[in-house]
Design a protein around this ligand. Structure first.
Ligand code: FAD
Length: 475
């Protein structure tokens, strides 16, 4: 059939993976087209994920910090919350970044096609243009012929089939829309997304129940970190139901009535003003006509790739949430760069040793590399050093000394293989440990690096010194 547009590189999906891949491909001289069904770039992360959640978490953290100042002799009184203004300020953060991405695409001459793409064959994509995006008309179709392609179609929230269709039952996107201030809120799924959103709503006044199927909150993080977080946050929760699940829900005038099963769960159904379902995300691999391009998609919708991010069709790459866990923006960005460089003929592989994880709760929890619980489960013995923040001048001055910094070392070489931090700004601190692991640094390298005093980052150097035996273990 007729072709409307030709390019060397087609990128399907304008999230962090897709725009990073498109920008890198263009920088490497490839004529690049980026197809995105939404009118703005940024994908889940920018529009309904990382960024709006952090804008709201920032507000929540400032409210909590203001409350905590009472103990230092400064009282502000109860905050007055204008939900419309709060929502607008969050939306402004997002749109500033949308504008920035559009400018970066334009500067690189990446051609944006706004519409839903589906493969016709290994070298053609059919795009149904999105309504209201410039000169295009609804239902109009464009066919793009491409030399190579990078699929970055991302993921979407998993829907629990028993939850009723009701404005008081939301996924993370609905929770970020901030339509109401509930009094009683249920969070289904005690992972990072559920607990971040729970933190926001509880600071705005909601009492929280959380139900989690596994035996602990924030699966994946070491339990010693989660314990610190849980102690600080105990006051936010009415019930923490572990090894339990919501099994039935019915919408009433007075709220959503939810039934539970499990050891910690109440036998009576409970009534909530808001129910947030945050039980995971499923990949969009089955919705892009991958089979027409010959690309294999597994039964869950994931696409398998090799070390260069190539699918089973060598000129078609896939990156980001679509190819598996961890579903994180910085992983998608890194993979986008690898795919674009490999497509341009560079000898580039995904060989990152570690991908950091962060829960931007209060306090934050961050970890990278090998975790202690994982190592213990596999019977691997590691060197361990912990620096408790109640020995940190800066943490004490901040009034937030509940955290700790932990480093894990290979016992033979003393090289750092893992790190974990619970405490304020843990997410900003964990990058140093990621760099240390990537560079093969050992305890003496980290301990011998002069860290500025007094900072929270100093705790990383102190932990390394603990391991070197300069101090004794302080915990
Ligand atoms: P996506 O961001 O999902 O982008 C895919 C894009 O492809 C979308 O824009 C979609 O519209 C488009 N698309 C899909 N199919 C088609 C099609 N057929 N045609 C055209 N366009 C299509 N990660 C972090 O690292 N840090 C965080 O703090 C963080 N917070 C989060 C908070 C929440 C509430 C959520 C939900 C997620 C969060 N994440 C976070 C995860 C992060 O958002 C994802 O890992 C990241 O967005 C994945 O990027 P991606 O490029 O693979 O896909």
């Amino acid at each position: 059939g007729p072709v409307d547009l030709e390019c060397e590189m087609l990128v399907l999906g304008g999230g962090p993976g897709g725009y990073s891949a498109a920008f890198r491909a263009a920088d490497l001289g490839m004529r690049t087209v980026l197809v995105e069904r939404y009118p703005v770039l940024g994908g889940v992360c920018l529009n309904v994920g990382c960024i709006p959640s952090k804008a709201l978490l920032h507000t929540a953290a400032v409210i909590e910090a203001a409350r905590a100042l009472a103990a230092h002799g400064v009282r502000f009184g109860e905050p007055e919350i204008d939900l419309d203004a709060l929502r607008a300020s969050k939306d402004k953060v997002v749109s500033r970044l949308n504008v920035g991405l559009a400018a970066m695409a334009k500067a690189r001459k990446v051609e944006l096609v706004r519409g839903s793409g589906s493969f016709l064959d290994p070298h053609h994509l059919r795009v149904e243009l999105t309504v209201g995006s410039g000169q295009e008309r609804s239902g109009e179709v464009r066919v793009i012929r491409f030399g190579q392609a990078i699929i970055a179609a991302g993921s979407q929230a998993v829907r629990l089939p028993f939850l009723p269709e009701d404005p008081r039952v939301v996924d993370s996107t609905g929770a970020l829309a901030l339509r109401s201030r509930p009094e009683r809120m249920l969070v289904i799924g005690g992972g990072i997304i559920g607990l971040e959103m729970g933190t926001v709503y509880s600071t705005l006044g909601a009492r929280l129940d959380v139900v989690e199927m596994s035996d602990g909150l924030m699966p994946g993080a070491d339990r010693d970190l989660v314990r610190v977080w849980q102690k600080v946050n105990a006051g936010r929760f009415d019930r923490v139901m572990l090894g339990a699940k919501a099994v039935r829900a019915v919408a009433h005038d007075k709220g959503i009535r939810v039934w539970f099963e499990g050891a910690d769960a109440p036998s009576e159904p409970q009534l909530y003003d808001l129910v947030l379902s945050a039980v995971g995300r499923s990949p969009n691999g089955a919705r892009i006509g991958a089979a027409q391009a010959g690309v294999l998609v597994d039964e869950r919708g994931f696409i398998a790739v090799d070390g260069q991010m190539r699918t089973n069709v060598p000129h078609v790459f896939a990156i980001g949430d679509l190819i598996g866990q961890p579903m994180l923006a910085h992983k998608a960005v890194h993979q986008g760069h690898v795919a674009a460089e490999a497509a341009a003929g560079h000898k580039r592989w995904f060989d990152a040793r570690v991908i950091p994880s962060v829960a931007y709760t209060d306090p934050e929890i961050a970890w990278v590399g090998v975790t202690e619980d994982e190592a213990a489960a596999q019977g691997i013995k590691l060197g361990r050093a912990v620096f408790p923040w109640n020995a940190s001048g800066r943490a004490i001055a901040n009034g937030r000394d509940e955290g700790f910094t932990k480093l894990l070392f290979d016992e033979q070489t003393h090289r750092v293989v893992g790190g974990a931090i619970v405490g304020t700004h843990a997410g900003d601190l964990i990058g140093e440990i990621a760099l240390a692991i990537e560079m093969g640094a050992d305890a003496a390298d980290i301990g011998g690096t002069i860290h500025p005093h007094p900072t929270l980052g100093e705790s990383i150097g102190m932990a390394a010194e603990v391991f070197e035996g300069v101090c004794t273990d302080l915990m």
